[in-house]
Write a protein that binds this ligand. Sequence first.
Ligand code: SF4
Length: 361
Amino acid sequence: MTDGLTQFESSYLPLWQSGVLKARVEALEGLLERCTVCPLDCGNNRMNDELARCYSGRLPIVSSYTPHFGEEPPLTGTRGAGNIFFGNCNLRCVYCQNYQISQAHKEQIKNQITHDRLAEMMLELQARGCHNINFVSPTHFAPQMARAILIAAKQGLRLPIVYNTNSYDSVEVLKLLDGIVDVYLPDLKYAEDEAGFLYSKVRSYQDISRAALREIFRQTGHELLYEEGLLKRGLVIRLLVLPNDLGGLRESLQWISRELSPRVTVSLMAQYYPTNVAGTNPRYTLLSRRISESEWLRAVSLLDEFGMESGWMQEFDGAALYYRPNFDDSATPFRDVRDFNGEDSPTCTVDRSLPRLVGVL
Ligand code: SF4
């Protein structure tokens, strides 16, 4: 491997060559006319730039695109994941670490770009040697993302596509993305609707996220496809441990293990810190601190309790230091994880107490 490209062929390439990708893009764009792109079903005509809950119209909004070294090890590799951060969001998480770009639509409108430009960004990340194209918060821009993949494929894009989502996704949209997306990287934020409403301002998070994960699992199964140590295809479910167990980790792991498979790969995250309004609004006092070490150890023990067989977890120390982006610097919103040395490093130390887990973020 010399140029970041390998023998692996992303499944969007045969879809493009057969004409299926174009038909899928058109079907996805059809959903913009009375917007049902996400389960909020706002019904606004985004093709006419009518805005609703996500403040996003016909064209994509990209707040930052950059090689990123803080994803799971086989996505980061040596040259980074090729992250493309979309602006705005369909959720309103009160603790969102990306709130500067997800909840500031008046600012973000200036980052609106054409589909051609989005395709160029993908090709630029490929030319810089990134191992994949990692779309962050893509749900509300799924049609625009697919259109840009079609354009970029014609111009030589070959990298796998990663769909890094909050899981408040429509099953209809996910079915249309089948074969366009290579790696799904969904969060499972809450086990209870009440928490989803209180902390992310959406209804029915449990049913909607679980339906989305069932559809993703139907597409991917539990197997991960690697090539030269890099993840090329499959499903990794992210579980962010919240203070006071507000996410309902036990219930979520039990559901994954029983309803999907204990062989599904999970990524357990210690990086929570109070940001956005979580640290200041007394309504969210239960979210106003980092997790304690005992909360983290309890979360880790649940992986064994439910027989989860593969995944990663972050180092407890260090995680909350690295994962504090500043999107005022859109070229490098995250500190380079390679700057962290020794004891402060949040990355890549195997935890011997959990030998069945293959690594640590
Ligand atoms: S994508 Fe945006 S406009 Fe469309 S249904 Fe979701 S929140 Fe509403």
